[in-house]
Write a protein of this length. Sequence first.
Length: 142
Amino acid sequence: MYRRILVALENSRADEALLPHVAELAKRLRSQLLLVHVADGWVARNYERLKLAESQEMKEDRAYLDSAAEKLRAEGLDVTTHLALGDPPTEILKAAESEQCDLIAMTTHGHRLIGDLIFGSTIEPVRHKSSVPVLLVRASRK
């Protein structure tokens, strides 16, 4: 059913709620996991166009992806990673299409209107524009 699952990671504690769900799903369905994080700082958004050096943010995000992937591989899962640069919803959708993913898994924080305006929302554009199902896992409130 879900052969390739894109797991959109934030590089935050919210990922702790998401990863156990996708790991269990991948084990049961023998799915491949594609861990994606979108670096969206100034350097990341202008990296290609201005031929910039990789920022500290990008280095830390890449290390985070590698660490998360190793933990999942230790559980016997087939995992690849992708550090995207730019606008999170756009890059998540682009990766899901180019990598032929048939499920996108993300966390939700439960913000409403004002919270979305202040903190932003990646979920809305992804769920409205995705051609594949989107699994949302509520981030813990710690």
